[in-house]
Design a protein around this ligand. Structure first.
Ligand SMILES: O=P(O)(O)OC[C@H]1O[C@H](OP(=O)(O)OP(=O)(O)O)[C@H](O)[C@@H]1O
Length: 235
């Protein structure tokens, strides 16, 4: 679900899909100077949208060349111009964020991104936390409803995809702990009851990946706490 790499081989479908994108960005009244497709799958989508509607486009390179201008963003633009990102599917939001970071480094502003499919795995939330508003054309839940109503999938398949999506929310992992959170670790008894006052470590800010705690049996006696100073919640 949400795999669009083969779209390029189906021009009529590509036209339909890009028409939906355009409709969405017109409906939302998005203002921008240029469009950038997140490489690689969304590149042809952005190209079709820009070509059909004569919108200026820029191209983000994933890898810098070691000859020529070595630019990571190709095309003409002015410093401070707003660039709209087009993406085929969003899972964690990393691809859009990386594209935005490269564009911003070159002096462009990124505030919005249009995506064909939101897989509802935390991308919207992650990007919002970085100041990028995501505009999905369809979400995985909507798609499942449509497919089930059309009897293209059965209830069991829809349920198992839902379960997978719920169990694989990337935002919790990529942003865990959220930035600004204070992290305490406490030793607990084997019964998992907290031993009060045994806070032996305090950290501020996101933990590096190699310090994430995997909740397996070997960590029965270790417990992590987050206290978020903004909303006063403890997780
Ligand atoms: O929100 P994310 O977690 O970043 O996932 C979404 C990205 O994953 C896929 O790209 P892929 O990594 O397959 O690269 P490609 O498009 O260059 O093939 C897809 O085309 C999106 O760009």
């Amino acid at each position: 679900f949400g795999e669009y790499k083969a779209l390029v081989s189906h021009p009529a479908l590509t036209n339909q899909v890009t028409t939906c994108c355009l409709h969405d960005l017109q409906e939302e009244g998005l203002q921008f100077h240029s469009v950038c497709g997140a490489p690689y799958t969304a590149l042809p989508l952005a190209t079709v949208i820009c070509s059909r509607h004569e919108l200026p486009m820029v191209i983000r390179r994933k890898e810098a060349k070691d000859y020529g201008t070595k630019r990571l963003v190709e095309g003409s633009f002015r410093q401070g111009d707003t660039c709209l990102i087009i993406e085929d599917t969003v899972t964690s939001g990393t691809s859009i964020l990386e594209t935005a970071e490269v564009l911003c480094k070159e002096g462009l502003k990124v505030t919005d991104a249009v995506v064909l499919m939101d897989r509802e795995q935390g991308g919207v939330e992650m990007l919002a936390s970085k100041g990028i508003k995501l505009h999905p054309i369809i979400s995985i839940s909507q798609l499942l409803r449509v497919l089930q109503a059309a009897e293209r999938i059965d209830a069991q398949t829809a349920q198992s995809v839902h379960r997978f999506i719920q169990d694989n929310n990337r935002y919790n992992f990529t942003e865990f702990p959220p930035s600004g959170a204070q992290v305490f670790t406490c030793v607990t008894s084997q019964s998992r009851k907290i031993v009060p006052g045994f806070q032996h470590h305090c950290d501020v800010g996101p933990l590096p990946k190699d310090r994430w705690i995997t909740p397996t049996s070997q960590f029965l006696s270790l417990c992590g706490f987050l206290f978020h100073p903004d909303d006063q919640t403890t997780v």
